[in-house]
Design a protein around this ligand. Structure first.
Ligand code: MG
Length: 160
């Protein structure tokens, strides 16, 4: 008997860029005053972690396989577009998304003031509630030194 519900997990990390002109995009929301993230796409680690959680739950592979960073088609890509593509693949495969939840670990920027905006953007694309929270790494390791940020996400999907 196959289960009607499945859970998936996603993780992503990106370094902060030295390029002061590179915008920081997290959960589809632009943050001012913090450097952008190094990446082939727009570097939106939150969108990437949620995308991987969803694809993984459905057994549809992962972001690196579907949207390889060796493919120029994804250079500078809007990561919410990749997320929307992943959701469409899930629906096509007979799944619907129940919810997703993610934790962003970073010293900067502060996530809390923009949390609702990020949740609204991500939920709109996913078509189900996506919740976001920020945590600091308490001066531990590369994340604590502010060299980059990381995001962990889980998603629950149900057979249509
Ligand atoms: Mg990424």
């Amino acid at each position: 008997m196959t289960s009607k519900m499945r859970v998936g997990h996603g993780f992503d990390t990106h370094r902060f860029s030295d390029d002061a002109d590179r915008p920081l995009i997290l959960g589809g929301v632009r943050f001012e005053g913090t450097p952008g993230l190094v990446g082939h796409s727009d570097g939106d680690a939150v969108a990437h972690a949620v995308t991987d959680a969803l694809l993984s739950a459905a057994g549809l592979g992962d972001i690196g396989v579907l949207f390889p960073d060796t493919d120029d088609a994804w250079a500078g890509a809007d990561s919410l577009g990749l997320l929307a593509d992943a959701v469409a693949r899930l629906i096509e495969a007979g799944w619907r998304v129940m919810n997703a939840d993610c934790t962003v670990v970073t010293e900067q920027p502060r996530i809390a003031p923009r949390r609702e905006e990020m949740e609204a953007r991500l939920s709109g694309v996913v078509g189900a509630p996506v919740t976001v929270k920020g945590k600091r790494a308490e001066a531990l390791g590369a994340l604590g030194r502010g060299e980059g940020l990381a995001c962990w996400a889980v998603a629950l999907i149900e057979r249509q």
